[in-house]
Structures are given as C-alpha cells and as structure tokens.
Write a protein that binds this ligand. Structure first.
Ligand SMILES: NC(=O)c1ccc[n+]([C@@H]2O[C@H](COP(=O)([O-])OP(=O)(O)OC[C@H]3O[C@@H](n4cnc5c(N)ncnc54)[C@H](OP(=O)(O)O)[C@@H]3O)[C@@H](O)[C@H]2O)c1
Length: 252
C-alpha cells in the first residue's frame, strides 16, 4: 500500500507518517519544509518514501502534485495540511487568511476530487480529511479557521453518502480532534489552556478508524461528549462560550 500525506513535516501528519511507516506502508510526503520530510525518509529504510516539498497555498502546485502522483498506485490520501490564525475578523491579516482558505479548503477540495475519481475507477482507496472539532460550529476570534473546517467536514460527509449510494469500495473519513499538542498554536499565534491530546495518539486513533471505514473520527471521549452536547445549546450561547474559549488562547 502507498499513502500520500499532506502536512507531513510536523504534528499530526508527521505522526501519521510514522505510524503508517511502522505498518510498512509506502509514503509520499508533502509539506514546505524539506528538511523535516528528509528526516522521516532517513528514519524509515524499510519502506519507499518519496518527498515532495510544495507550498499547497499556490494553486499551480496542486496540479503539479496531482500530475506527479496520480499514476503512482496510491491507496490512501490524507489531506492533513492546515493552519489557523487567532484574532478578531477585523484585525487578522487578509493575505494570511486567503492562504489559509487555499490550504484548508482549495487544496483539500482539489486533491479529494482528483484522487476520488481515480479511486472510484479502481473501486478501492481511502481518503482521510483532517477537519477539527471546529468543524461543528462557528469560532469567534478564530473565525476563518472554523469556517474552513466546517467546509472540510461537510464536504467529506456529503461524499461519504454519495459513495454509499454507489455501493463503492472507496472510503472517506473525516478526523475532528479537539486540541492536539503540535505546532498549530505557534503558527496561529495562540496558546492552548486546556489539556491537549498527543499527535501520536490522534494519528494512531485516526488511521486505525480510517481502516475500519469510520466516517466521523473524534479521538477523545471529552470531545465526543462536547460535540454531542452542543446540539442542544442555543446558537448565541454557543457563540458566547466559544468566543471566551478562544479569547483565552490568544497569545498576548
Ligand atoms: N493541533 C490541533 O489542536 C488541531 C486540532 C484539530 C485539527 N487540527 C488540524 O490538524 C492538521 C495538522 O495540524 P497540526 O496540529 O499537526 O499542526 P502543525 O504541527 O502546525 O502541522 C501543520 C502541517 O501543515 C503543513 N502546512 C501548513 N501550511 C502549508 C502549506 N502552505 N503547504 C504545505 N503544507 C503546509 C505544515 O508543513 P510546512 O510548514 O512544512 O509546510 C505542517 O506539516 C491541520 O489541518 C489542523 O487544522 C489540529
């Protein structure tokens, strides 16, 4: 088997790469930081690892990536690359947010469609899209990020139903973790105030559930309960609670 993982240079993607490598699954690793990808390649001699250093916020790079990988016998696509930016919507940097939309939405959309078509033709394959618990609600002070994760979650759910109606052997899963201890906060200019899961735990949990064809993958009991309970919370109260949670995360 061979997996293509975006955002494999750190955090959840890096841990997923390691977990799949231990399972002897060949890897194609994508991220901007080539040195980090090279470290993984050096560590795992037991499998074939190809590294593709690319900035997924650049539209042309999506075509480059698909053209160079689509015929490579890939069985698993993991759309993991993504980032956020804390701050009120009027104060955050527009250019950074447009890049966020390009990575968290455009790249996920482009790669999912490209590989889904190939997987459907072959009637096999797994797609694992990394959304977030943020995908289930609006997120004042991290608004663009939450909105992008809503897109990722709802797109994946819709594709799941379409595949089911086709009785396809292609499977799509969507990972929705709460806080995970990665480089996310440094990149987003925030700090987590609650206990975070480890990327190793989240990666293993997600990959195992993906192989069991689970649609929604929520790695911790606490987050499973929170996502269940928010259905019963009135929208304005939920916005107030989420805003307070994010306020505490903004690094001063
Ligand atoms: N940490 C959390 O609490 C949490 C919770 C829920 C969901 N998530 C989601 O989990 C995924 C992984 O994030 P993480 O927490 O592991 O954070 P991370 O440690 O910052 O990893 C993010 C990965 O995305 C890559 N990336 C970012 N921008 C990119 C670009 N323009 N082109 C190519 N690759 C890019 C980074 O690689 P380079 O910088 O080398 O390009 C890095 O490998 C994200 O989609 C995130 O939204 C995280």
């Amino acid at each position: 088997m061979r997996a293509l993982i975006t955002g494999a240079s750190s955090g959840i993607g890096y841990s997923m790469a390691k977990y799949l490598a231990v399972k002897n699954i060949d890897l194609i690793l994508v991220a901007r930081r080539k040195n980090r990808l090279l470290e993984l390649k050096k560590e795992f001699k037991n499998i074939d690892i190809e590294i593709i250093p690319l900035d997924l916020s650049i539209e042309d790079n999506l075509e480059v990536l698909v053209n160079s990988t689509i015929d490579k016998d890939i069985d698993i696509l993991i759309n993991n690359a993504g980032f956020g930016l804390f701050g009120t919507f009027d104060s955050t940097d527009l250019e950074t947010e447009m890049k966020m939309i390009d990575v968290n939405i455009r790249a996920v959309h482009y790669l999912t469609k490209s590989f889904l078509k190939k997987f459907i033709k072959e009637d096999k394959g797994y797609i694992l899209n990394v959304a977030s618990s943020a995908g289930f609600m609006a997120g004042p002070k991290l608004s663009t990020y939450y909105a992008t994760k809503n897109y990722c979650l709802r797109l994946s759910e819709a594709i799941y139903q379409e595949l089911k109606e086709k009785k396809s052997n292609v499977h799509i899963s969507v990972l929705c973790p709460g806080p995970v201890d990665t480089e996310f906060n440094t990149v987003a200019h925030g700090v987590f105030k609650t206990k975070s899961a480890t990327p190793e735990y989240v990666a293993k949990y997600a990959v195992d559930k993906m192989f069991k064809n689970k649609l929604l993958i929520i790695p911790t009991i606490k987050m499973k309960m929170a996502i269940f309970l928010i259905r019963f919370v009135p929208t304005k109260l939920l916005l107030h609670i989420t805003s307070n949670i994010q306020e505490r995360k903004i690094s001063k």
